[in-house]
Design a protein around this ligand. Structure first.
Ligand code: C2E
Ligand code: CA
Length: 808
């Protein structure tokens, strides 16, 4: 053993040989194969072969010295002392281990050249020595690799195991051959230099190729994981996977193309920070970055952070670029997906909601109602309440659309807050709303709840500083046994018009009343034809002096002579006409016919004024007075022969444009009458603003005048009011003699109704007038009192005003 450990002096003749061995060591452990893939920073070398050669041919101490010198010479160019020390140390220890094992196996070369030992012994010893070197090399090498790359030690050991084992095998063969060769000629040892270099190159290529493949495979695997639709998941995956992929300490992504630049930072497998850029903890390390590009320019940056300075080689840079562009694509995709989701959600919302009020729209209402029909046993009954605002278009036309929108929003808000949980409030379009009333314990509850809902609309709404009163009518229909949603809606619609017609807050659908509404909805499209083909006709109902029975004027009542449906009454088509753009044409047609009839009667000797009904909406038309006066002029009819009957609506009476229109007409001499007097919510306040000449008492009071004290009281007070304002009172719908009598006694001196005549065409009225009653042309009834009889003028304070007034 002593001879193994003490370095004998070297004979001069052997110096070239020892020097050659040192050169071989240097060549073999050169940096040729240092792999620059960050995660695989480990050199593979032919060092083991040259060390085997040395331990087989020179005494152990010299073997160690030559190894140390050779490795040192090869590493001297690395300017990192720690690495030099480590490599020299590792290979020196390796050589010592290999040499010791060979020595034990009986290979004990001396300073002189000796004959090679027997081949089996040589082979055995070389294998044992190679094993010893491998153990040292693996232990130290893998430990350092695992420390440097954070790769687990076991994994480091297994890393490229097959290549390493193959290299080691080749090294043993190489060493064996070289030992055999130098047995013939010592300096042939130098042939090992090119062999070693060739081996180096071959291995280098092999490993580089494999490392490259491996790195790309991992890159592909990692980028695959970025392939998700959620942006946050993409960013988290990227910052937690990139550190491992590039052996970085941390990775971070900064997104700058958003309002609040965002930073996400992670280390291998762990998220470190997520938030604004400004609030991110400062880092003071080495970074390598790559830009993230979106379809329309830069969106931010990906940065790798290292504790120590690093420089990426070309291939690594290329991989970083590839990773960054995959990340950009993934971010772009996730954003596009989120946008798509948002648009889808928006579309879904828009498809089921009304944009102005945020309420459900018609489609959603029908869908929901349909679902109720589908339910086997819904708890309680359900009903549809259809609500239509009266005269809403006037608000829109006069105060502007934004005021109209305000009203609609307020209506929506009130309905929503008054609806019960489980009810669905919807806007069907325009001024039409609907509430699906659910969970009704009994049919009567529907009316009750509908009434509550409508009551909330009656409080005044303030728009642009004006207090507006919204009148609305509600139609209720309970879910029918058959016909489904369509039938439910139709019934609610019928009920709503019923309510409207009756001037009531709500009406519930009743099969008995669901009759002649032939296509109130389908008729809309036929209006223009009706105007051009003059399908609108006018009937006239005479207005009579109640006492004498003499005709004092006539009211024009429009009819639609429909080619299929026959004569339609205003109730069946007026609403549609008012909603369409055909109102001015319709009104003009009625006025024209009325003035024509008036002229005809006048020529025949009956100078009767004619009363024409005017839609509230016509009063909003600033050109209306001029049109009326123009037609009067064209027919040569004095303005005071025309009476315009106006429906009383509180909404209208508050609008300035209406005031102007009425004053203009009145100033020109046209007479104005307030129709349906007594039915409105606040007739008196309307009266105080509208400059009218007549009041027409609604039929509702007339029919009960001799049976109901309340009705009689209304007629009385109307008459009193009229007298003090010097207005004429006309009773509408007089059907019987007792009514005629009672009205006259209450002070109402004129009236119209079936008692005297039904509305009829102008020609027939003329004939009726000419024929007269009791031989008196121009009379339709006998006098109320036989001449000479005692007239009881009850309740009359001012007998003079009892004298019959002609309405003109
Ligand atoms: P209105 O102004 O109250 O007209 C009186 C209505 O009562 C008429 O119905 C008339 O036929 C009916 N009537 C008359 N006497 C009696 C009676 O003794 N008993 C009963 N039960 N009814 C009687 P009509 O013709 O169906 O008109 C309905 C409404 O349509 C009118 O109510 C009026 O407001 C409106 N209207 C009629 N013609 C026009 C028009 O040319 N333009 C406008 N804007 N509205 C019109
Ligand atoms: Ca009327």
């Amino acid at each position: 053993m002593t001879s193994a450990l003490t370095a004998e002096a070297m004979p001069l003749a052997r110096v070239p040989f020892f020097a050659a061995l040192t050169v071989i060591i240097a060549a073999a452990s050169g940096r040729l194969i240092l792999l620059r893939i960050r995660s695989e920073k480990r050199s593979f070398s032919a060092t083991s072969g040259s060390i085997l050669l040395i331990v087989a041919t020179v005494p152990l101490p010299w073997a160690i010295i030559c190894t140390a010198l050779g490795v040192f010479a090869s590493k001297i160019f690395i300017r990192q002392p720690m690495k030099v020390i480590f490599n020299v140390g590792k290979d020196t220890v390796g050589a010592a281990a290999a040499g010791s094992v060979a020595f034990l196996a009986g290979i004990r070369p001396g300073m002189e050249l000796e004959a090679a030992p027997s081949l089996p012994r040589l082979v055995l010893a070389l294998i044992a020595a190679a094993l010893a070197y491998a153990i040292v090399d693996d232990l130290l090498g893998s430990t350092v690799m695992s420390l440097a790359t954070r790769m687990p030690w076991r994994q480091a050991i297994r890393h490229n195991r097959d290549v390493v084992i193959r290299i080691r095998g080749v090294n043993i063969v190489l060493a064996l051959l070289t030992v055999l060769i130098i047995g013939r000629q010592e300096l042939l040892v130098l042939t090992m230099v090119p062999t070693v270099l060739a081996l180096q190159l071959a291995t280098k290529n092999k490993i580089r190729q494999r490392a490259d493949q491996e790195a790309w495979r991992r890159l592909a695997g990692t980028t695959d994981q970025l392939n998700v639709t959620d942006l946050t998941t993409v960013l988290h995956a990227a910052v937690t996977l990139a550190p491992e992929l590039f052996s970085a300490d941390e990775a971070e992504i900064e997104l700058r193309d958003v309002d609040l630049p965002r930073l996400i930072r992670g280390s291998a497998g762990r998220l470190r920070y997520e938030g604004t850029v400004a609030a991110a903890p400062a880092r003071n390390d080495w970074t390598i970055g790559a830009d993230l590009e979106g379809p329309s320019g830069p969106i931010g940056a990906l940065r790798l952070r290292f504790r120590k300075p690093v420089k990426l080689n070309e291939s690594e840079q290329y991989k970083l670029q590839t990773f960054a562009s995959s990340l950009s694509t993934a971010i772009g995709n996730a954003r596009a997906y989120a946008e798509l989701q948002r648009i889808n959600a928006e579309n879904a919302y828009a498809a089921t909601h009304d944009p102005l009020t945020g309420l459900a729209n018609r489609r959603e209402l029908l869908d929901q109602a349909d679902r109720f029909f589908g339910r086997r046993a819904p708890d309680g009954m359900f009903a549809m309440l259809l609500i239509d605002l009266n005269h809403f278009k006037e608000v829109n036309d006069t105060l502007g659309h934004s005021a109209g929108d305000d009203v609609l929003r307020e209506v929506a808000r009130r309905l929503e807050s008054a609806a019960r949980q489980g009810d669905l409030v919807a806007r069907l379009g325009g001024d039409e709303f609907a509430v699906l009333l659910t969970g009704l314990p009994a049919p009567a509850v529907a009316t009750h709840r509908a009434s509550d809902l409508l009551a909330t609309l009656e409080r005044t709404i303030e728009v642009d500083g004006m207090q507006l009163t919204i009148e609305a009518a509600g139609g209720i229909a309970l879910a029918p046994g058959s016909g489904g949603v369509q039938e439910l809606m139709r019934r609610a619609d019928v009920a709503m018009y019923e309510a409207k017609r009756g001037g009531r807050r709500t009406a519930i659908y009743a099969h008995a009343r669901d009759t002649a509404d032939v296509g109130r909805l389908v008729l809309g499209g036929e209006l223009s034809r009706a105007v051009t083909r003059r399908e609108f006709m006018v009937d006239f109902q005479p207005i009579v002096d109640l006492a004498s029975g003499e005709v004092v004027s006539a009211e024009a009542l429009a009819r639609w002579h429909h080619p299929e449906h026959g004569d339609l009454t205003p109730m069946q088509f007026l609403e549609t006409v008012e909603r369409s753009g055909q109102l001015p044409a319709f009104a003009a047609a009625v006025l024209e016919e009325s003035l024509t009839a008036l002229s005809t009667w006048r020529e025949a000797g009956f100078d009767l004024p004619v009363a024409v009904n005017v839609s509230p909406r016509s009063l909003l038309d600033p050109t209306f007075p001029a049109t009326v006066l123009d037609r009067l002029g064209a027919h040569g009819v004095p303005a005071d022969r025309l009476v315009l009957e106006l429906a009383e609506t509180l909404t209208l009476s508050q609008l300035e444009v209406v005031d102007r229109t009425l004053h203009e007409l009145r100033d020109a001499g046209v007479k104005l009458a307030l129709d349906d007097f007594g039915t409105g919510v606040s007739s008196l306040s309307v009266l105080s603003r509208m400059p009218v000449h007549q009041l027409k008492i609604d039929r509702e009071f007339v029919v009960q005048v001799e049976t109901s004290t309340e009705a009689a009281a209304v007629v009385r007070s109307t008459v009193d009011l009229a007298r003090s304002l010097h207005l004429i009172v006309v009773a509408d719908g007089v059907e019987s003699e007792p009514q005629r009598h009672a009205l006259w006694e209450l002070g109402c001196l004129t009236g119209q109704g079936h008692l005297f005549a039904r509305p009829m065409r102008a020609g027939r009225l003329l004939a009726t007038l000419q024929r007269g009653s009791g031989g008196r042309p121009g009379f339709l009834a006998g006098p109320l009192h036989k001449s000479g009889s005692v007239v009881r003028m009850a309740h009359r304070r001012n007998p003079r005003s009892s004298l019959p007034h002609l309405p003109a």
